[in-house]
Design a binder for this molecule. Structure first.
Ligand SMILES: *Cc1c(COP(=O)(O)O)cnc(C)c1O
Length: 423
């Protein structure tokens, strides 16, 4: 594997070599972190372009610096494509990341100390949804709704909509958040909106994980139900690393634009915005619908194969790209931390994760979070995913034996070699 980087190799061979090594790592391993993907060469070309050189504080046609003509066109294309892709009227494409998008929305719509409803980090939420270590938990007042934890309930693992209504009725939040980082079920945006309307709150969806599925019609759209939608652009949406905020409400859009700049950010990353425009263009093509559908099919194949081997899964399976394995039924003594370490040695890249009814600390956990977006980009289909599930099981059964892990590592590299990635 070699990158075509003649200048970088000449100017800075140390960094060039590390990038080449990373390209090789990505090519020879199986990327199963649910929040990661392999973006296209076209996106990487835009992100690696001279557009990194320019200051464009402000918005198209309203800049503080000269020389922004082409950038106005780039940003406007990104905005128009985002609106067309997600079916909304206003988009802010400047957030540097998902966390920056969320901070801007909180800054736009809430005052310090204001109450909002979300779910706990340990139940699938994100740090920016009110965690005590995040500004959202320190400066705002999060109240939390729950998951359905009764395993005999057909909705086991889904959001407990009755608990949403209860917490909203009791605490009268200004805003309700839905959208998660480790949630395998479809989100009932319409159900959330009914509660928001009944109690006169704003509804905000953070679709960071599922944006590509929404764009590709493999998950219901958050519009027209949500007042505000935030997302990352680099997870299932498969674009450059970045954030995006959308709404249909012109007044909210004005507040959000001010909250992004000058509220919480300085100059936009115009090279990344160009990459976002390319990503939105790619995601609007028919092939992307096929991709999104295959991500979900692969998620189901992964869940089915693991269940057949006796693994317990959060929500008993998945309706999207993400599978949360509860290791305790098969390996009561194995932590998620150790499992993720063994899997990495075998070339299968995952992360430890808390599971419903967790009994261990977030630094050890009883679960591993798996995802199919990156493998699907590389072209794996259900039968390949079943093979991957076998390799995952063999890794966990190895009890960390180095020789066995080295053998699985070879099988992983052989499988990965059949599915080239963009680099
Ligand atoms: C990943 C994620 C974010 C944060 O995105 P960053 O780009 O890492 O800041 C926010 N919300 C949810 C639900 C996420 O999964």
């Amino acid at each position: 594997m070699s990158q075509n980087m003649p200048n970088l190799t000449a100017v800075d061979p140390a960094i060039a070599k590390l990038i080449e090594q990373e390209a090789d790592r990505q090519q020879t391993t199986l990327e199963m972190i649910a929040s990661e993907n392999h973006t296209s060469n076209a996106v990487m070309e835009a992100v690696g372009s001279c557009l990194t050189n320019k200051y464009c504080e402000g918005y198209p046609q309203k800049r503080y610096y000269s020389g922004c003509g082409f950038y106005d066109e780039v940003e406007q294309l990104a905005i128009d494509r985002a609106c067309a892709l997600f079916g909304c009227s206003f988009a802010n494409v400047q957030p540097h990341s998902g966390a920056s998008a969320n901070l801007a929305v909180q800054f736009a719509l809430l005052e310090p100390g204001d109450t909002f409803a979300a779910i706990e980090l340990s139940e699938g939420g994100h740090l920016t949804h009110g965690s005590p270590v995040n500004i959202s938990g320190k400066w705002l007042n999060p109240v939390t709704y729950k998951l359905v934890t009764d395993e005999s309930d057909p909705n086991y693992g889904a959001i407990d909509m009755a608990s949403v209504e209860e917490v909203v009725k009791q605490h009268k939040p200004k805003l309700i958040m839905c959208g998660y980082s480790a949630h395998p079920k479809t989100i009932d945006f319409a159900g959330f909106r009914a509660i928001a309307d009944k109690y006169n709150c704003l509804l905000w969806a953070d679709i960071a994980h599922i944006a590509g599925l929404c764009a590709g019609d493999a998950h219901p759209s958050p519009f027209p139900h949500c007042h505000v939608v935030t997302t990352t652009t680099h997870k299932t949406l498969r674009g450059p690393r970045g954030g995006l905020i959308m709404t249909n409400d012109e007044e909210l859009a004005k507040k959000i634009n001010k909250a992004v700049f000058p509220g919480t950010q300085g100059g936009p990353l115009m090279h990344v915005i160009a990459g976002k425009a390319v990503c939105f263009g790619e995601a609007s093509k028919p092939e992307f619908k096929t991709y999104a559908a295959q991500v979900v099919k692969n998620g189901k194949a992964l869940a089915d194969a693991l269940k057949a081997k006796g693994y317990k899964l959060a929500a008993n399976g998945t309706e999207n790209h993400l599978v949360l394995v509860d290791l305790r039924t098969v390996f009561p003594d194995l932590t998620g931390k150790e499992a993720a370490l063994w899997l990495e040695k075998a070339g299968i890249i995952t992360n430890m994760n808390t599971v419903p009814n967790e009994t261990r600390s977030p630094f050890k956990t009883s679960g591993v979070r798996l995802g199919t977006p990156a493998l699907t980009t590389r072209g794996l289909v259900e039968s390949d995913i079943a093979e991957v599930a076998g390799l995952i099981d063999a890794t966990l059964q190895s009890n960390g034996d180095e020789a066995k892990l080295a053998d699985i590592r070879k099988q992983v590299a052989d499988l990965a070699a059949k599915f080239p990635m963009a680099h």
